[in-house]
Design a protein around this ligand. Structure first.
Ligand code: SF4
Ligand code: SF4
Length: 164
């Protein structure tokens, strides 16, 4: 029997296959905060998001919700599509893009996500060590942070949902 090898793009049509196994843009790994428009603040609060508003010297306001996002539960956004900040709807990371156009397989994307998770953990562990020693950042700590920045910029950070 001839086995048909589906092109990667067909296998990757549904980005949820990847996002449901990731969540890095919701759990605080990539972003500290989720930007909110002024109109979204009240609704975000009714959904239990912890909103912070910064007022600039020119009177401008910038609001955002704390991450990890409390709406991220069981590996997905628990609003089930009822509502989410526009910044969330607009966001697709570079990794997801590469998956959707068939540049990277699901397994390859999951490897990147695993590496990202391990690097986030390593940076957190190094920060605790730095704090405990009450010292400047060690070379190991600096290396871990540099590795995290490389991963963030290569695969995750892009226009649409910047850290606020
Ligand atoms: S970081 Fe990218 S792959 Fe992960 S859940 Fe967010 S959009 Fe999806
Ligand atoms: S509102 Fe939903 S999509 Fe946005 S950060 Fe929270 S869990 Fe993620």
């Amino acid at each position: 029997m001839t086995r048909v090898q589906l092109p990667l793009r067909s296998q990757a049509e549904n980005g949820a296959q990847l996002c449901f196994r990731c969540g890095l843009c919701c759990d605080g790994s990539v972003f500290d905060r989720t930007p909110l428009s002024t109109e979204e603040v009240e609704r975000a609060q009714t959904y239990g998001l912890e909103v912070m508003t910064v007022i600039g010297v020119d009177g401008s306001q910038a609001s955002s919700a704390q991450q990890p996002c409390p709406l991220y539960r069981d590996g997905r956004c628990s609003t089930h599509g009822d509502w989410r900040p526009a910044a969330c709807s607009a966001y697709a990371c570079r990794l997801l893009d590469s998956y959707l156009v068939g540049e990277r397989s699901l397994d390859a994307c999951l490897d990147v996500i695993l590496t990202m998770r391990e690097t986030v953990k390593e940076v957190a562990a190094q920060s605790l060590r730095d704090d405990a020693a009450d010292s400047r950042q060690t070379p190991e700590s600096l290396l871990a942070r540099a590795a995290l920045q490389r991963l963030e910029h290569k695969y995750f950070i892009r226009g649409g949902r910047p850290s606020a």
